[in-house]
Design a protein around this ligand. Structure first.
Ligand SMILES: Nc1ncnc2c1ncn2[C@@H]1O[C@H](COP(=O)(O)OP(=O)(O)OP(=O)(O)O)[C@@H](O)[C@H]1O
Ligand SMILES: [Mg+2]
Length: 400
């Protein structure tokens, strides 16, 4: 009887794993006789031989006998499917056992055939359905992965919202007592004309502590998005110069050499100058803090054409940062300690810091990210690959 053959779109690459010469011959004949094109047909008699061939050729499907001279039963299947999870596997075995047949599916096979009980037509149909099942399985896995990523993202956003609300509440509560301490210290400074060095030093310590606490309160309010932006067209190179001048004492303390590779021709960017100054200071301070004495701080500005690859690398919304348009980039690079791979994911989380001991609060990068988000820009942190240190990259869109 002339049965219709299932339709494959691509010629198949098939590996037959079978130690019995007659069974192997039967399979090869059935595959050759089929109207379906087979572009590659190889066979192996042992598991070791099969693994070797799989390492050399990109097979679509493996027809696998479970009992081989060097491996038995489900171990044969598991060894193969764990090492080559992308390959479709159809079991071809001597006797049908209900349990084994079902189990093979959970161990990574897509179908189960019993020797001598199928025709060429049934073989091709099994291959066809097995390939389709594998394709669906791949799609399902990818969809599940996307779902997990989205869930993690939503959870992170939710966490940020809670932290933001908490942060702004705490900041508002602390602002007034801080102002009282500050006025009190100033009043005492005026009233106590003491030449006692100890009193002067205590007052100086109070003022410094208030200054630091005020800085944290400002960071918290920025993080909670409670400060409004005043955007206008600005020259990014000038903002970089201003930020540098504000931290020159930190650079000098550590004898850091500043290397500038500035493109004077970059177009203006639409930014709140003060906020971007704060972003640059955060990045530069991080760079200095991670640098050795006498280290190097490299500052670059340049334009870059946005490609599909660029969008994918920074998870940019292609519609917003349209491929083909130009972005303005500022890199802040150091030759410091670099960031441990397991910390890279966390650096934008509020209160993540490895610098507790030296007064780090862990707000610098989360505030930076919020500010860049509010400018429709990007901040990315990565380890530099050709020497130690970190590259902090800011990506802006040019003024419309
Ligand atoms: N250039 C860098 N080199 C090495 N590690 C860095 C660098 N930039 C950031 N990090 C890591 O990221 C963490 C978080 O940085 P972030 O600026 O948010 O907080 P912080 O610097 O610890 O504290 P804060 O900025 O609030 O004073 C740092 O503690 C550090 O571990
Ligand atoms: Mg910091």
């Amino acid at each position: 009887m002339n049965q219709p053959q299932p339709k494959f779109t691509q010629p198949l690459k098939v590996l037959v794993v079978e130690d019995n010469a007659i069974d192997r011959r039967i399979l090869e004949t059935m595959l050759h006789e089929s109207s379906h094109p087979v572009s590659l047909l190889k066979s192996a008699e042992t598991l070791a031989g099969a693994l070797q061939l799989l390492a050399q050729h990109p097979f679509d499907v493996v027809i696998l006998d479970l009992n081989l001279p060097d491996s038995e039963g489900k171990n044969t299947l598991m060894s193969l499917s764990s090492k080559y999870p992308q390959v479709t596997i159809v079991i071809n075995t001597g006797a049908y056992e209900d349990e084994l047949g079902l189990h093979t599916l959970s161990y990574g096979a897509q179908d189960f055939l019993v020797k001598g009980k199928y025709t060429a037509y049934m073989l091709h149909k099994a291959l066809y359905y097995a390939l389709e099942r594998k394709r669906l399985e791949r799609e399902l896995t990818a969809a599940y992965q996307r779902l997990q990523e989205t869930q993690a993202h939503l959870l992170q956003m939710e966490k940020m919202k809670v932290v933001g609300a908490l942060a702004s509440g705490i900041a508002h509560e602390i602002k007034n007592p801080l102002a009282s301490i500050s006025y009190g210290a100033a009043y005492l400074h005026e009233q106590v004309h003491s030449s006692d060095a100890k009193i002067q030093s205590v007052l100086a310590n109070i003022k410094e502590a208030v200054r630091k606490a005020n800085g944290i309160v400002t960071d918290l309010l920025n993080f909670a998005g409670e400060t409004s932006l005043r955007k206008g067209p600005e020259n990014l190179n000038e903002v970089i110069e201003k930020s540098l001048s504000l931290i020159h004492h930190e650079l000098e303390k550590k004898h850091i050499q500043v290397v500038k590779k500035i493109d004077q021709g970059i177009p203006h960017v639409h930014i709140d100058r003060n906020r971007i100054e704060q972003v640059l200071i955060n990045l530069m301070l991080n760079a200095i803090q991670a640098s050795p004495q006498g280290g190097t701080l490299e500052l670059k500005t340049y334009c870059q054409g946005i490609t599909e690859g660029f969008c994918a690398r920074y998870s940019l919304d292609k519609a917003r940062f349209g491929a083909g348009t130009t972005a303005i980039i500022c890199d802040v690079e150091d030759n410091g300690t670099g960031i441990l791979p397991e910390h890279l994911q966390k650096v934008f989380e509020p209160f993540f810091t490895t610098r507790h001991a030296s007064g780090g609060v862990g707000l610098g990068l989360s505030v930076t990210k919020n500010i860049m988000d509010n400018h429709n820009g990007i901040v990315a942190i990565e380890n530099i690959t050709d020497h130690s240190g970190v590259r902090a990259r800011l990506v802006f869109q040019p003024c419309p």
